[in-house]
Write a protein that binds this ligand. Structure first.
Ligand code: DGL
Length: 252
């Protein structure tokens, strides 16, 4: 049985590519809801309902576990999903604040995420856990997901967008930047050009898939197959290019 991955679009592929490294023999279904992306500027009910629809779709396709590979959808729906589907491992993702704090570097920790994620209680309580140990600066990035959905990862426009976002920081101000949206790892190189090498860029993909593996092990759901598994891609958007882009992003 496959592991079901879901995101508002192509972003969750940054988590899936980590899963492929850690659990190459599993089968995967990836559903991107690009037709309805971005989620990050929608309201709670919309994101919650879209997330439930996507999870039903993955169950219909036989998913044995669900990875909500979207910070926005996780903050809107993961608790309710877990209450509703008690017997299925359901793993979400949240901004990797803890690893950033653990680095112990001097300077601010900037959390880039969608406006939705940063507004939720879930993020506020995450922040309150660490704000005594570090100066955390939330940075809502409306408009960034749209570039990535178009497959634009490094144009001058993306560079300018990022440059503008960080224009009020001085050199040496920032210790690290947390990528609190699963789309953002795909613009990591452009971000690094803007920030320079001294700033650490952290994403939560690897930590999330470690948790997926642990949960599957506990539920005795890991495959015992010795050969490489396969990925089935689905997307709510009818454009042919979106599936091509999906494969390109994870070099599949
Ligand atoms: N990839 C999603 C996340 O991790 C959100 C993108 C969107 O706004 O749709 O938050």
């Amino acid at each position: 049985m496959p592991i079901g991955f879901f995101d508002s679009g192509v972003g969750g592929l940054s988590v899936l590519r980590e899963a492929l490294k850690l659990m190459p023999n599993e089968d995967y279904i990836y559903f991107g809801d690009s037709k309805n992306a971005p989620y990050g500027t929608r309201d709670m009910k919309e994101v919650r309902d879209l997330t439930f629809d996507a999870v039903h779709f993955l169950f219909d396709k036989g998913a044995k576990a669900i990875v909500v590979a979207c910070n926005t959808a996780t903050s809107a729906a993961v608790s309710e999903l877990r209450r509703t589907y008690k017997d299925v491992p359901i793993v979400g993702i949240e901004p990797a604040v803890k690893p950033a704090v653990k680095l112990g570097k001097k300077g601010k920790i900037v959390i880039m995420a969608t406006p939705f994620t940063l507004k939720q209680e879930k993020f506020k309580s995450l922040m309150s856990k660490y704000e005594r140990d570090a100066e955390i600066v939330p940075m809502p990035c409306a408009g960034l997901v749209e570039f990535i959905e178009k497959g634009d990862l490094g144009s001058q426009d993306v560079y300018n967008y990022l440059k503008d976002k960080f224009k009020d920081f001085n050199k040496g101000d920032i210790a690290s930047v947390v990528l609190g949206c699963t789309h953002y790892p795909f613009i990591r190189e452009t971000l690094s050009e803007v920030l320079g090498d001294e700033v650490s860029i952290i994403d939560g993909g690897e930590g999330t898939v470690n948790e997926v593996k642990r949960r599957l092990e506990l539920a005795d759901l890991l495959t015992d197959r010795k050969e490489k598994g396969k990925i089935s891609f689905y997307n709510s958007c009818e454009r042919e290019e979106i599936l091509e882009l999906s494969k390109k992003l994870i070099k599949y």
